[in-house]
Write a protein that binds this ligand. Structure first.
Ligand SMILES: NC(=O)C1=CN([C@@H]2O[C@H](COP(=O)(O)OP(=O)(O)OC[C@H]3O[C@@H](n4cnc5c(N)ncnc54)[C@H](O)[C@@H]3O)[C@@H](O)[C@H]2O)[C@@H](O)CC1
Ligand SMILES: Nc1ncnc2c1ncn2[C@@H]1O[C@H](COP(=O)(O)OP(=O)(O)O)[C@@H](O)[C@H]1O
Length: 276
């Protein structure tokens, strides 16, 4: 049976900062996202990282995206430097490969590979640390062909996520209305409470959220299971989408949203976590 995190379990996995914390202890994230072809994906992934609690966010995508990121989020740093977690690939084109390889060469922590980056064999091979791959069903099929899965990818989402994780040795986040997080030996599930978050850019926000939550755990050297940590990030993003769409309680009327609204939904989703 797939593991479903309770809100209480998510609260434990997403701790509030303490007095002793500062920008570096709360997790640092570098995003190599937002090519000049898809600069908006850089903005959305950065928004996800900032909204999920990281203390320090660096951006290493295209110049065009960097201008947009800074105009929207002046707290983001363009100067190079180390980070606890890397997010690579949202809004991918080939021009991001060199900055991605450079960031990976100097990196020891977890890496999120999204979009075109998760389908880049060379880049996958260069990730020496825990990798999290975040395919949508189309990317999942292409990834399966690449890793020589043999036969079609299982149509059952749980089996598909498990198979991809086994074949890649990575944590796989298979995204849809039901999002499955699979490690080679276990599967977690988050079922969206409304379908409105199924819009362009929502996955870019998710990649930033996952990177942010991973950075915090890596920096704090927690013993939490990687699948639990990623599943908590998926929960936060999913609930942010529900809040953004107006779903305050079961059956409440909802409305259309855009991916940017999910970033704004991260605060109420976080506030909804039971504390103490
Ligand atoms: N504002 C922006 O800059 C945005 C940039 N984006 C970027 O655009 C690039 C291309 O991404 P796309 O996903 O559009 O294109 P892809 O070429 O990666 O995937 C499209 C293919 O996947 C299939 N597919 C997608 N979602 C599916 C689902 N839920 N179920 C079944 N099949 C599905 C489609 O049928 C299609 O065949 C990525 O780098 C992405 O990050 C998108 O995230 C949209 C927003
Ligand atoms: N029907 C749906 N209901 C709720 N969420 C959905 C639905 N379809 C897709 N999503 C979510 O939207 C996001 C889409 O990600 P992705 O396909 O990578 O889009 P993009 O590349 O445009 O950001 C994922 O987080 C996925 O879980």
């Amino acid at each position: 049976m797939n593991r479903v995190l309770s809100a209480g379990e998510v609260a434990d996995l997403l701790p509030e900062p303490t007095e002793a914390d500062h920008k570096y202890t709360r997790g640092t994230v570098t995003l190599v996202t937002g090519s000049s072809t898809y600069p908006g994906a850089g903005v959305l992934s950065v928004g996800g990282a900032l909204g999920a609690g990281a203390g320090f966010v660096r951006f290493a995508g295209s110049e065009r995206a960097a201008d947009l990121v800074l105009s929207r989020f002046p707290e983001v740093v363009l100067a190079p430097g180390g980070a606890d977690a890397l997010v690579i690939g949202c809004g991918w084109d080939e021009s991001l490969r060199d900055p991605a390889r450079q960031a990976l060469a100097e990196h020891a922590g977890p890496v999120v590979l999204d979009a075109g980056a998760l389908l880049d064999r060379g880049l996958r091979a260069e990730v020496g640390t825990p990798a999290v791959l975040t395919p949508h069903p189309g990317e999942a099929r292409r990834l399966w062909e690449q890793v020589g899965g043999g036969g079609p990818l299982p149509t059952d989402l749980t089996e598909a996520a498990r198979a991809l994780s086994g074949a890649t040795g990575s944590t796989v986040v298979l995204k849809s209305a039901r999002t499955l997080v699979a490690t080679p030996d276990r599967v977690w599930e988050y079922r969206a409470r409304t379908a409105w978050p199924g819009v362009a850019g929502a996955g870019d926000v998710l990649a930033g959220v996952i990177g942010s939550v991973l950075a915090r755990h890596w920096q704090a050297q927690t013993t939490a299971n990687l699948g639990d940590v990623v599943a908590a990030a998926v929960w936060l993003h999913g609930e942010a989408g529900a809040h953004a769409a107006g779903l305050t309680s079961a059956g409440a009327p909802t409305h259309p949203i855009r991916a940017s609204d999910i970033i704004r939904g991260l605060a109420p989703a976080w506030q909804s976590l039971p504390r103490g």
